[in-house]
Design a protein around this ligand. Structure first.
Ligand code: NAG
Ligand code: NAG
Ligand code: NAG
Ligand code: NAG
Length: 292
Protein backbone atom coordinates (compact mmCIF):
# COMPACT_ATOMS: atom_id res chain seq x y z
CA UNK A 1 0.00 0.00 0.00
CA UNK A 2 2.72 2.39 1.03
CA UNK A 3 4.53 1.39 -2.10
CA UNK A 4 1.64 2.22 -4.43
CA UNK A 5 1.23 5.65 -2.80
CA UNK A 6 4.88 6.29 -3.46
CA UNK A 7 4.45 5.26 -7.07
CA UNK A 8 1.36 7.48 -7.36
CA UNK A 9 3.20 10.49 -5.92
CA UNK A 10 6.14 9.83 -8.15
CA UNK A 11 3.90 9.68 -11.22
CA UNK A 12 2.14 12.86 -10.15
CA UNK A 13 5.45 14.64 -9.81
CA UNK A 14 6.55 13.44 -13.22
CA UNK A 15 3.28 14.63 -14.74
CA UNK A 16 3.58 18.01 -13.08
CA UNK A 17 7.12 18.34 -14.38
CA UNK A 18 6.24 17.03 -17.81
CA UNK A 19 5.15 20.30 -19.42
CA UNK A 20 8.47 21.84 -18.43
CA UNK A 21 10.76 19.04 -19.43
CA UNK A 22 12.55 19.37 -22.78
CA UNK A 23 11.22 22.84 -23.33
CA UNK A 24 13.64 25.72 -23.29
CA UNK A 25 17.08 24.57 -24.41
CA UNK A 26 20.40 26.33 -24.50
CA UNK A 27 21.96 25.17 -27.75
CA UNK A 28 25.38 26.72 -27.67
CA UNK A 29 27.34 29.31 -25.73
CA UNK A 30 30.34 30.33 -27.81
CA UNK A 31 33.03 32.52 -26.34
CA UNK A 32 36.64 32.74 -27.49
CA UNK A 33 38.88 31.02 -24.95
CA UNK A 34 41.53 33.65 -25.56
CA UNK A 35 41.08 37.22 -26.69
CA UNK A 36 43.62 39.93 -27.39
CA UNK A 37 43.98 43.09 -25.35
CA UNK A 38 42.35 46.05 -27.09
CA UNK A 39 40.41 43.96 -29.59
CA UNK A 40 36.71 43.07 -29.71
CA UNK A 41 34.99 39.77 -29.24
CA UNK A 42 31.49 38.43 -29.73
CA UNK A 43 29.79 36.35 -27.07
CA UNK A 44 27.20 34.08 -28.62
CA UNK A 45 24.35 32.31 -26.96
CA UNK A 46 21.84 30.36 -28.99
CA UNK A 47 18.74 28.73 -27.57
CA UNK A 48 15.65 26.88 -28.66
CA UNK A 49 12.45 28.13 -27.03
CA UNK A 50 10.52 25.02 -28.09
CA UNK A 51 7.22 26.85 -27.97
CA UNK A 52 7.99 28.89 -24.88
CA UNK A 53 8.06 32.67 -24.99
CA UNK A 54 11.32 34.39 -24.24
CA UNK A 55 11.33 36.41 -21.06
CA UNK A 56 14.99 37.40 -20.80
CA UNK A 57 18.55 36.76 -21.87
CA UNK A 58 21.05 37.81 -19.24
CA UNK A 59 24.83 37.82 -19.32
CA UNK A 60 26.97 37.65 -16.22
CA UNK A 61 30.69 37.97 -15.64
CA UNK A 62 31.97 36.31 -12.50
CA UNK A 63 28.44 36.31 -11.16
CA UNK A 64 27.62 39.97 -11.87
CA UNK A 65 25.02 40.79 -14.50
CA UNK A 66 26.26 43.18 -17.19
CA UNK A 67 23.72 42.73 -19.99
CA UNK A 68 20.01 42.08 -20.10
CA UNK A 69 17.77 41.57 -23.10
CA UNK A 70 14.03 41.77 -22.47
CA UNK A 71 12.01 41.43 -25.69
CA UNK A 72 8.96 43.11 -24.17
CA UNK A 73 10.79 46.15 -22.79
CA UNK A 74 11.69 49.39 -24.46
CA UNK A 75 14.55 49.56 -24.96
CA UNK A 76 15.15 45.83 -25.23
CA UNK A 77 18.68 46.07 -23.94
CA UNK A 78 19.92 47.17 -20.55
CA UNK A 79 23.60 47.21 -19.65
CA UNK A 80 25.20 47.40 -16.23
CA UNK A 81 28.60 48.91 -15.67
CA UNK A 82 31.33 46.43 -14.89
CA UNK A 83 35.09 46.87 -14.97
CA UNK A 84 36.71 45.51 -18.10
CA UNK A 85 33.40 45.34 -19.98
CA UNK A 86 32.51 47.76 -22.76
CA UNK A 87 29.48 46.66 -24.73
CA UNK A 88 28.82 47.63 -28.31
CA UNK A 89 25.06 47.93 -27.85
CA UNK A 90 24.34 48.55 -31.53
CA UNK A 91 25.88 45.21 -32.44
CA UNK A 92 24.31 43.28 -29.58
CA UNK A 93 20.97 41.51 -29.52
CA UNK A 94 19.25 38.50 -27.97
CA UNK A 95 21.83 36.02 -29.24
CA UNK A 96 25.03 38.06 -29.45
CA UNK A 97 26.86 40.51 -27.25
CA UNK A 98 29.85 42.37 -28.64
CA UNK A 99 32.54 43.41 -26.18
CA UNK A 100 34.97 46.04 -27.41
CA UNK A 101 38.25 47.48 -26.09
CA UNK A 102 39.08 44.33 -24.14
CA UNK A 103 41.25 44.75 -21.07
CA UNK A 104 43.24 42.19 -19.12
CA UNK A 105 40.49 42.49 -16.52
CA UNK A 106 37.97 41.34 -19.12
CA UNK A 107 39.18 37.82 -18.31
CA UNK A 108 36.69 35.81 -16.33
CA UNK A 109 33.81 33.38 -16.33
CA UNK A 110 30.93 34.44 -18.54
CA UNK A 111 27.42 33.09 -18.16
CA UNK A 112 24.54 33.23 -20.58
CA UNK A 113 21.20 32.73 -18.85
CA UNK A 114 17.96 32.40 -20.77
CA UNK A 115 14.54 32.49 -19.11
CA UNK A 116 11.08 31.70 -20.44
CA UNK A 117 7.93 33.56 -19.52
CA UNK A 118 5.22 32.34 -17.18
CA UNK A 119 3.96 29.82 -16.44
CA UNK A 120 7.14 27.77 -16.71
CA UNK A 121 9.69 30.49 -15.81
CA UNK A 122 12.20 27.95 -16.95
CA UNK A 123 15.79 29.18 -16.78
CA UNK A 124 18.82 27.63 -18.40
CA UNK A 125 22.42 28.82 -18.34
CA UNK A 126 25.97 27.89 -19.31
CA UNK A 127 29.35 29.21 -18.20
CA UNK A 128 32.47 29.74 -20.31
CA UNK A 129 35.89 31.07 -19.37
CA UNK A 130 37.66 33.72 -21.36
CA UNK A 131 41.21 34.98 -20.91
CA UNK A 132 42.30 38.29 -22.41
CA UNK A 133 46.00 38.42 -23.13
CA UNK A 134 48.52 40.81 -24.53
CA UNK A 135 50.84 39.82 -27.33
CA UNK A 136 54.40 39.28 -26.10
CA UNK A 137 56.83 42.06 -26.86
CA UNK A 138 60.48 42.17 -27.82
CA UNK A 139 62.84 44.63 -26.16
CA UNK A 140 66.54 45.43 -26.13
CA UNK A 141 67.21 45.19 -29.85
CA UNK A 142 69.40 47.72 -31.59
CA UNK A 143 68.46 49.02 -34.98
CA UNK A 144 71.26 47.33 -36.82
CA UNK A 145 73.94 44.73 -36.34
CA UNK A 146 77.06 43.82 -38.21
CA UNK A 147 78.71 40.44 -38.45
CA UNK A 148 80.50 39.71 -35.18
CA UNK A 149 78.19 41.84 -33.05
CA UNK A 150 76.03 40.25 -30.39
CA UNK A 151 72.28 40.47 -30.50
CA UNK A 152 70.74 40.78 -27.04
CA UNK A 153 66.99 40.89 -26.68
CA UNK A 154 64.21 39.92 -24.35
CA UNK A 155 60.77 38.65 -25.05
CA UNK A 156 58.21 39.45 -22.35
CA UNK A 157 54.78 37.96 -22.01
CA UNK A 158 51.63 39.63 -20.84
CA UNK A 159 50.78 39.46 -17.13
CA UNK A 160 48.94 36.21 -16.68
CA UNK A 161 47.85 33.79 -14.03
CA UNK A 162 50.04 31.14 -15.58
CA UNK A 163 53.62 30.95 -16.81
CA UNK A 164 53.74 31.55 -20.55
CA UNK A 165 55.89 29.29 -22.66
CA UNK A 166 57.99 31.54 -24.86
CA UNK A 167 59.98 30.48 -27.89
CA UNK A 168 62.42 32.46 -30.02
CA UNK A 169 62.76 31.92 -33.74
CA UNK A 170 65.66 33.13 -35.86
CA UNK A 171 64.77 33.27 -39.54
CA UNK A 172 61.74 31.13 -38.80
CA UNK A 173 63.79 28.39 -37.18
CA UNK A 174 63.40 27.66 -33.52
CA UNK A 175 66.40 29.17 -31.77
CA UNK A 176 68.84 26.73 -30.19
CA UNK A 177 68.31 26.72 -26.44
CA UNK A 178 71.99 27.58 -26.05
CA UNK A 179 71.25 31.10 -27.32
CA UNK A 180 68.27 31.57 -25.01
CA UNK A 181 68.41 32.82 -21.41
CA UNK A 182 65.80 32.10 -18.87
CA UNK A 183 62.88 31.96 -18.73
CA UNK A 184 62.66 34.41 -15.84
CA UNK A 185 59.42 35.08 -14.04
CA UNK A 186 58.32 38.39 -12.55
CA UNK A 187 55.45 38.22 -10.10
CA UNK A 188 52.83 40.87 -9.54
CA UNK A 189 50.19 40.89 -6.87
CA UNK A 190 46.79 41.71 -8.30
CA UNK A 191 43.52 42.18 -6.45
CA UNK A 192 42.47 38.57 -6.46
CA UNK A 193 45.79 36.79 -6.75
CA UNK A 194 49.13 36.71 -8.40
CA UNK A 195 50.03 37.48 -11.98
CA UNK A 196 53.25 36.54 -13.70
CA UNK A 197 55.13 37.84 -16.70
CA UNK A 198 57.57 35.52 -18.36
CA UNK A 199 60.81 36.83 -19.89
CA UNK A 200 62.96 34.85 -22.30
CA UNK A 201 66.29 36.33 -23.38
CA UNK A 202 68.04 35.84 -26.69
CA UNK A 203 71.75 36.31 -27.16
CA UNK A 204 73.76 35.30 -30.21
CA UNK A 205 76.66 36.53 -32.26
CA UNK A 206 75.74 37.50 -35.78
CA UNK A 207 77.40 35.59 -38.59
CA UNK A 208 77.18 36.27 -42.29
CA UNK A 209 74.91 33.26 -42.62
CA UNK A 210 72.28 34.88 -40.41
CA UNK A 211 71.44 37.46 -43.07
CA UNK A 212 68.73 36.52 -45.51
CA UNK A 213 68.44 39.21 -48.16
CA UNK A 214 70.22 41.55 -45.79
CA UNK A 215 67.87 40.87 -42.95
CA UNK A 216 67.60 38.71 -39.87
CA UNK A 217 64.14 37.74 -38.98
CA UNK A 218 63.42 37.31 -35.25
CA UNK A 219 60.23 36.09 -33.81
CA UNK A 220 58.99 35.36 -30.31
CA UNK A 221 56.01 33.15 -29.77
CA UNK A 222 54.02 32.65 -26.58
CA UNK A 223 52.30 29.40 -26.04
CA UNK A 224 49.71 29.71 -23.33
CA UNK A 225 48.41 26.44 -22.08
CA UNK A 226 45.34 26.54 -19.93
CA UNK A 227 43.32 23.58 -18.84
CA UNK A 228 42.56 22.27 -22.27
CA UNK A 229 44.13 24.20 -25.03
CA UNK A 230 47.17 25.86 -26.43
CA UNK A 231 47.17 29.30 -27.81
CA UNK A 232 50.19 30.96 -29.38
CA UNK A 233 51.13 34.27 -30.81
CA UNK A 234 54.17 35.57 -32.58
CA UNK A 235 56.23 38.66 -32.80
CA UNK A 236 58.51 39.25 -35.72
CA UNK A 237 61.45 41.57 -35.97
CA UNK A 238 63.58 42.07 -39.01
CA UNK A 239 66.65 44.17 -39.24
CA UNK A 240 69.33 44.63 -41.87
CA UNK A 241 73.05 44.75 -41.68
CA UNK A 242 74.53 48.19 -42.14
CA UNK A 243 74.33 49.04 -45.83
CA UNK A 244 76.32 51.90 -47.33
CA UNK A 245 73.52 54.44 -47.35
CA UNK A 246 70.70 53.44 -45.15
CA UNK A 247 69.48 50.94 -42.71
CA UNK A 248 66.00 49.78 -42.23
CA UNK A 249 64.45 48.17 -39.28
CA UNK A 250 61.11 46.72 -39.43
CA UNK A 251 59.31 45.22 -36.60
CA UNK A 252 56.34 43.14 -37.24
CA UNK A 253 54.02 41.58 -34.81
CA UNK A 254 52.10 38.69 -35.96
CA UNK A 255 49.78 36.58 -34.03
CA UNK A 256 48.44 33.43 -35.39
CA UNK A 257 48.09 29.71 -35.05
CA UNK A 258 45.03 29.22 -32.95
CA UNK A 259 43.52 25.98 -34.22
CA UNK A 260 40.69 26.04 -36.81
CA UNK A 261 38.48 29.08 -36.37
CA UNK A 262 37.36 32.38 -37.73
CA UNK A 263 39.83 35.20 -37.91
CA UNK A 264 39.80 38.93 -37.78
CA UNK A 265 42.81 41.06 -38.52
CA UNK A 266 43.86 44.24 -36.88
CA UNK A 267 46.64 46.38 -38.18
CA UNK A 268 48.36 49.15 -36.31
CA UNK A 269 51.30 50.58 -38.23
CA UNK A 270 53.52 52.83 -36.26
CA UNK A 271 56.38 54.45 -38.11
CA UNK A 272 59.19 56.35 -36.56
CA UNK A 273 61.61 58.00 -38.91
CA UNK A 274 65.02 58.84 -37.69
CA UNK A 275 67.08 61.08 -39.86
CA UNK A 276 70.73 61.26 -38.95
CA UNK A 277 73.58 61.79 -41.37
CA UNK A 278 72.10 58.81 -43.09
CA UNK A 279 68.50 57.91 -43.16
CA UNK A 280 67.32 55.46 -40.60
CA UNK A 281 63.87 54.22 -40.75
CA UNK A 282 62.23 52.42 -37.97
CA UNK A 283 59.04 50.84 -38.89
CA UNK A 284 56.74 48.98 -36.65
CA UNK A 285 53.89 46.93 -38.01
CA UNK A 286 51.48 45.22 -35.75
CA UNK A 287 49.22 42.61 -37.03
CA UNK A 288 46.95 40.55 -34.95
CA UNK A 289 44.85 37.58 -35.72
CA UNK A 290 42.15 36.96 -33.26
CA UNK A 291 40.36 33.71 -33.39
CA UNK A 292 37.89 31.66 -31.53
C1 NAG B 1 38.18 26.27 -25.46
O1 NAG B 1 38.20 25.65 -24.18
C2 NAG B 1 37.31 24.56 -24.08
C3 NAG B 1 37.33 24.05 -22.67
O2 NAG B 1 37.86 24.96 -21.81
C4 NAG B 1 37.71 23.47 -25.06
O3 NAG B 1 36.81 22.40 -24.99
C5 NAG B 1 37.70 24.05 -26.47
O4 NAG B 1 38.17 23.09 -27.38
C6 NAG B 1 38.56 25.28 -26.54
N1 NAG B 1 38.40 25.87 -27.84
C7 NAG B 1 39.42 26.17 -28.63
C8 NAG B 1 39.09 26.75 -29.93
O5 NAG B 1 40.55 26.00 -28.28
C1 NAG C 1 22.02 39.29 -33.74
O1 NAG C 1 22.98 39.98 -34.52
C2 NAG C 1 23.75 39.13 -35.36
C3 NAG C 1 24.81 39.96 -36.04
O2 NAG C 1 24.33 41.21 -36.40
C4 NAG C 1 22.83 38.43 -36.35
O3 NAG C 1 23.59 37.57 -37.18
C5 NAG C 1 21.81 37.64 -35.59
O4 NAG C 1 20.90 37.04 -36.50
C6 NAG C 1 21.04 38.54 -34.64
N1 NAG C 1 20.17 37.70 -33.84
C7 NAG C 1 18.89 37.99 -33.68
C8 NAG C 1 18.09 37.04 -32.87
O5 NAG C 1 18.38 38.98 -34.18
C1 NAG D 1 66.60 41.07 -20.29
O1 NAG D 1 65.98 40.89 -19.04
C2 NAG D 1 66.90 40.59 -18.01
C3 NAG D 1 66.11 40.22 -16.77
O2 NAG D 1 65.09 41.15 -16.54
C4 NAG D 1 67.81 41.80 -17.81
O3 NAG D 1 68.75 41.53 -16.82
C5 NAG D 1 68.52 42.08 -19.14
O4 NAG D 1 69.28 43.26 -19.01
C6 NAG D 1 67.53 42.25 -20.26
N1 NAG D 1 68.26 42.33 -21.52
C7 NAG D 1 67.97 43.21 -22.46
C8 NAG D 1 68.77 43.14 -23.71
O5 NAG D 1 67.04 44.02 -22.36
C1 NAG E 1 72.72 23.86 -30.31
O1 NAG E 1 74.00 24.34 -29.99
C2 NAG E 1 74.88 23.36 -29.48
C3 NAG E 1 76.18 24.02 -29.05
O2 NAG E 1 76.57 25.01 -29.95
C4 NAG E 1 75.11 22.30 -30.58
O3 NAG E 1 75.94 21.27 -30.07
C5 NAG E 1 73.77 21.72 -30.97
O4 NAG E 1 73.95 20.83 -32.05
C6 NAG E 1 72.82 22.82 -31.39
N1 NAG E 1 71.51 22.25 -31.63
C7 NAG E 1 70.81 22.52 -32.70
C8 NAG E 1 69.46 21.89 -32.78
O5 NAG E 1 71.20 23.28 -33.57
Amino acid sequence: MVRSIEVFIFCLLVMLQAPFINNLKLLNVRIANHTILGSSTTLKCTFDLEGEHLYSVKWYKNGDEFFRYLPKSKPNIQVFEKSGIYIDIDKSNSTEVVLKSLELSSSGTYRCEVSAEAPSFQTVFQDRDMITVEIPWISGLQHEYNVGETVNANCTSSKMEIHAQLVWYINNEKANSTVEQGPYYKKYFAGSGQLVTTVLGLSFTVTDGHYKNGEIYLKCAARLSTHYLLYSDEKIIRFTKRPPTESIISNQVKQAKMQENSISVQNTPNIIHMVCVLVFCLRNNRKMLVAY
